[in-house]
Design a protein around this ligand. Sequence first.
Ligand code: PNS
Length: 161
Amino acid sequence: MTTAIYPGSFDPMTNGHLSIIQSGLVVFEKLVIAVLKNPKKESLFTVEERVEMIRESLAGQANVEVDSFDGLLVEYCKRKNARVVLRGLRAVADFEYELQMANMNRHLDENVETVFLMANDAYFYVSSNLVKEAAKLGGDVSRLVPPQVATRMTAKLGASK
Ligand code: PNS
């Protein structure tokens, strides 16, 4: 059984992430969605909120585990007995950053392979950062994120206004 780790910030999860998860489940028997705990990076949602939102968005979906991690991704892979990291690729702009990370991870642990899947073209230009920026300015992003995320964004941004 091949398990792949799908790591990220997921602040918040978008439909682009969901499309990668659906595609990932075609290729791998199990996915572990791993939210990075990064106290240095300013975030809209806490790690706990992000994990909850992903769980809510994937309710009833088999073969998926949602978790959080800190430290090195390759060490987390070892703890989970996984040798594959799954990442989504969107436009060309992602490529260099992803190449650097994949090479660094290979340098740190040659047993870990990174596999890239293409995001659904409907979400090719959707990123958590742009979704947050648009929502903060009052834009409607409800078609770009799962409904559970849209509700929480409205609650959070409404509350902070
Ligand atoms: O969604 P993101 O922010 O692009 O995800 C980045 C992530 C979490 C995959 C990356 O920052 C990561 O793996 N961080 C863990 C620390 C680590 O292992 N660094 C060395 C490899 S770059």
